[in-house]
Write a protein that binds this ligand. Sequence first.
Ligand SMILES: [Zn+2]
Length: 248
Amino acid sequence: MNPFTVRLDLHGDLDFFLRSGPRRRSIERSLAEKTSVKDVIESCGVPHPEVDLILVNGQPMDFNYAIAGDADIEVYPVGTRFSHFKDKRLQIAKIRRFAVDGHLGKLARHLRLLGFDVAYDPQAEDRQLLEIMKRENRALLTRDRRLLMHAVVETGYCPRSQNADEQTIEIIRRFDLLGSLAPFTRCLRCNAQLRKVSKAEVIERLEPLTKIYYEQFRRCTGCGQIYWAGSHFSKLQKRLEKNRANCT
Ligand SMILES: [Zn+2]
């Protein structure tokens, strides 16, 4: 087979994944054999779960499409403003269950605080993380691009920011979660649901000041931990309100 050239144009913030040098949205690759468009894109550093729409010479294609000659490839992320080919999108926009990489503990905590079902185990190896993602149909959240490129990953996201608050906003935007926030309904420690309990039921276990200042309590149905809307929760809530405009 004669060598041929493909030109990739990365749209939106996909240039985040380009490894080195000045970030250029346009990349040229020389190929000598038939290659799936998924492999071409990932060889440039962009994990497939980040790609929502692929146009090859202007036509929408799925990941398996084989490139065998010169081609122009346009690559769009989820949430792109590009409004054509709505029915050719490759990613699920809405998902509310997550498997979170052991390095993203703060993000896992924030998402649970907002009521989302988050599998998180800082001791878990990559293999176990992928297993639980697959078995429980969760979206993978990781900053490990190699892991996100794993063939078993269908839905996932790499937080761009290293800051947990900003990451939380990114996840709300990427998975369209703004209408699904249910703060104060899930245990931060074990991920089980919280249930409302009367003050009388838990008063024996409260610190003196908590007894005085708080009236509304919830208890974890999994581990029994008691929660009240203390300062940490209100702070996060305020920050989220401030960022709400960015989420839409
Ligand atoms: Zn719990």
